[in-house]
Design a protein around this ligand. Structure first.
Ligand code: GDP
Length: 416
């Protein structure tokens, strides 16, 4: 059975149903085996003021303490001068699947006396990671390149109940073209359900007003695992109202849960009626980790690479960025090489022109000197000619006066 379909390139694809087993239906299993053997890399960045529960949330998400406890939030006297970037990597394993997890923290963010440039070290760290991946891709052994690009950035919003702060807006605006932004309301257990609903609506309106892109799940074709309903339900909770707690407590009905205990009751981290932690975990770890990595690779990184190439003077068809084939890679390397050669040629031309201009100036100077000397000599000669002429005229006059003088002498001698 065969049916013919035309694809976008003008060629046609013949779809056939095979009657006997060929074996490639086993490809997903092979892929699964390979992925399990190699393990997975995942790099997540947490941005937010200190004390908002970033370390606690990461430990809660991955069920293990990741970072050593940090000093208490800075006092104004010891306020840091810059935002530093700290990266902690660990290898964790669940049911035989290895995950190399890197958490990038931004201590000092929001704690400075002047937070105007707080976004700079964060954006530059994200871009440096793109740069080192780009460099790695251009090396001989590309398969050995480790992916240190940030796959997701959890942005912690303080539970103020008002709206986004100017600093939040500025930083998210600088970051959203470079990372998958996932905004969360930190320590949401200090707010009532009504306050959270109103705060979420205000944050969503702010994000829309400032045209800040956040990571969205329903970007890809639907498949059986990720039903539209599930994606819509995850998206409807953004920004996720989060509660973090890595320790376990016993509820009055005898259950052991991760949560926070208060005089009025217990807030359970893994209970969807209490907070959105489960939804955040579904987006970040359980269901959409691969999509986060795919979007980072195919859109965020490709856009960065395109901008970089354009800045270097290499133009490329945007549609090419979507599919990365070996030939397009070679093409790109050739374009890079050409750009380098053109740059060298331009530099050589500039040096040559500079040298020619110097020579011309020197020649012009000696020409002027020659002219001046020539003029001087001409004037001198003219002067000498005039002097000679006047001497000649004088001599002429003297010659005419001579005979009279002789006659006078003759007369005088006769008389005597
Ligand atoms: P970081 O500086 O942002 O990494 O914050 P930490 O994770 O070190 O947390 C700072 C303090 O806030 C600690 O005392 C935590 O126990 C507490 N904390 C963390 N998460 C929550 C939360 O969801 N709700 C509340 N009420 N406190 C939290």
């Amino acid at each position: 059975v065969a049916d013919v379909q035309a694809n976008g390139n003008g060629t046609s694809i013949i779809r056939r149903k095979i009657t006997s087993l060929v074996g490639f239906s086993n490809l997903p299993a092979q892929h699964h085996r390979r992925s399990v053997r190699k393990g997975f890399d995942f790099n997540v960045m947490v941005v937010g003021e200190s004390g908002l529960g970033k370390s606690t949330l990461v430990s809660t998400l991955f069920n293990m303490p990741l970072a050593p406890p940090r000093a208490a939030p800075y006092s104004s006297a010891s306020a840091p001068k810059t935002v530093s970037i700290q990266s902690i990597s660990s290898e964790i394993e669940e049911k035989g699947v290895k995950l190399r997890l890197t958490v990038v923290d931004t201590p000092g963010f929001g704690d400075l006396i002047n937070n105007d440039d707080a976004w700079r070290p964060i954006v530059s760290n994200v871009e440096q990671r793109f740069d080192s991946f780009l460099e790695g891709e251009n090396t001989y052994n590309r398969s050995k390149v480790t992916d240190s690009r940030i796959h997701a950035c959890i942005y912690f919003i303080a539970p103020t109940g008002h709206s986004l702060k100017a600093l939040d807006v500025e930083v998210m605006k600088k970051l959203h073209h470079r990372v998958n932004l996932i905004p969360v309301i930190a320590k949401s257990d200090i707010m009532s359900d009504e306050e959270i609903t109103a705060f979420k609506a205000r944050i969503r309106a702010d994000l829309e007003h400032h045209k800040i892109n956040i990571f969205e799940t329903p970007r890809y074709e639907l498949d059986s695992d990720k039903s539209m309903e599930e994606k819509t339900s995850i998206m409807s909770k953004i920004p996720f109202a989060i509660v973090g707690a890595s320790s376990e407590i016993t509820t009055p009905d005898g259950r052991i849960v991760r949560g926070r205990k208060y005089p009025w009751g217990i807030v359970e981290v893994d209970n969807e009626d209490h907070c959105d932690f489960v939804k955040l975990r579904a987006m970040l770890v359980q269901n959409f980790m691969e999509e986060l990595k795919e979007y980072t690779d195919e859109v965020l990184y490709e856009n960065y690479r395109a901008q970089k190439l354009i800045a270097m003077g290499v133009s490329q068809d945007q549609s090419v960025f979507k599919e990365i084939s070996p030939s397009s890679k070679m093409e790109e390397e050739r374009a890079l090489q050409n750009a380098r050669l053109q740059k060298m040629e331009a530099e050589m031309k500039m040096v040559f022109q500079q040298k020619v201009a110097e020579k011309e100036q020197k020649l012009k100077r000696s020409e002027d000197e020659l002219f001046a000397r020539h003029r001087e000599m001409k004037q001198q000669l003219e002067k000498e000619r005039r002097e000679l002429e006047s001497k000649l005229a004088q001599a002429e006059l003297e010659r005419h006066a001579m005979p009279e003088e002789k006659n006078t002498k003759k007369k005088f001698s006769l008389r005597s």
